[in-house]
Design a protein around this ligand. Structure first.
Ligand code: AMP
Length: 279
């Protein structure tokens, strides 16, 4: 495994690989890696000749400076995990390398309501930062395929739309949510949950599961109310629980169509998101 911190030598190396006819798979991350991230590496290894991962805690997608400051950094163990899981190349840049001209950004794509609903409404500016960094990383790596998790449903929907608007040849591969044995979606932020809050956090999964199991023949309003009731607890601050169309991310009016239920809540002081597909 080769680790690059600078763009130019990385690009040089990737060009050589591309010229040998090798396909490139890319899994961008913010580090503090867990099995969810590793599932992206595995999928890339299965579908591409060379797997590249990046570890970059992107400051422009954090709408709260406290969240950025508290974001876990575990670079040594991350590199070890990537090595053990046959990642070929790691890009580990600093902020200046990614944003040599500063972090200011004007969103060049019209992403419509995709960036305004749910996470967009709760975390102002978040998706501008996500689009900014993913677009930049794609320009640097020029992968054949980019691997992202369903865990961040709205994020991959937005990146998919961005790729369509750019008429990009990069293929986005969405990978299923990896959960702990107790059902909690793996997240780098889970390490900040106290043991009691980790148990409370399972309510997110339970609420989504309730909606999923009762979706067929159910009523949207009733399912959402029941989901919200399951999440009621003094230490859980619900930000949203929605049932939306998988493409537009706009609320569904009936359970006739397949959709997705998404939730965001603060458990103690940790903000968690999760989602489940509905058929
Ligand atoms: P992050 O490091 O949180 O920015 O995540 C990097 C990538 O890993 C994103 O595409 C996430 O959707 C994906 N990811 C994070 N958690 C999981 C999970 N539990 N299962 C599958 N993919 C995940």
């Amino acid at each position: 495994m080769i680790v690059f911190t600078k763009i130019l030598p990385l690009k040089d190396h990737l060009l050589k690989l591309r010229n040998q006819g090798l396909s490139l798979g890319f899994a961008p991350t913010m580090g503090a890696l867990h099995q969810g991230h590793i599932s992206l590496i595995e999928k890339s290894n299965a579908q591409c000749d060379i797997t590249i991962s990046s570890i970059f805690v992107n400051p422009t997608q954090f709408n709260e400076s406290k969240d950025l400051k508290n974001y876990p950094v575990t670079t040594e163990t991350d590199l070890d995990l990537l090595l053990r899981n046959d990642c070929d190349i790691v890009f580990l840049p600093n902020v200046e390398e990614i944003y040599p001209e500063g972090k200011a950004y004007t969103m060049p794509y019209d992403l419509g309501s995709l960036v305004k609903v749910m996470e967009g409404a709760s975390r102002s500016g978040h998706f501008d930062g996500v689009v900014q960094v993913v677009d930049r990383l794609i320009q640097i790596v020029e992968p054949d395929k980019i691997f992202m998790g369903q865990k961040d449903f709205q994020q991959f929907s937005i990146i998919q739309r961005m790729l369509e608007l750019k008429k990009s040849s990069v293929e986005l591969v969405v990978c299923p949510i990896i959960r702990g044995e107790d059902g909690l979606a793996l997240s780098s932020r889970n390490v900040r949950l106290s043991p009691e809050d980790r148990i409370l956090a399972l309510k997110l999964n339970q609420a989504l599961h309730h909606i999923q199991s009762n979706y067929k023949n159910g009523k949207i309003e009733k399912l959402l109310q029941e989901g919200k009731d399951l999440l009621k607890h003094e230490k859980i601050k619900l930000e949203y629980l929605q049932i939306v169309d998988r493409k537009t991310l706009l609320p569904l009016k009936s359970t006739q169509n397949s959709g997705v239920a998404l939730v965001a809540a603060r458990v103690g002081n940790v903000r968690l998101i999760d989602n489940m597909l509905l058929e």
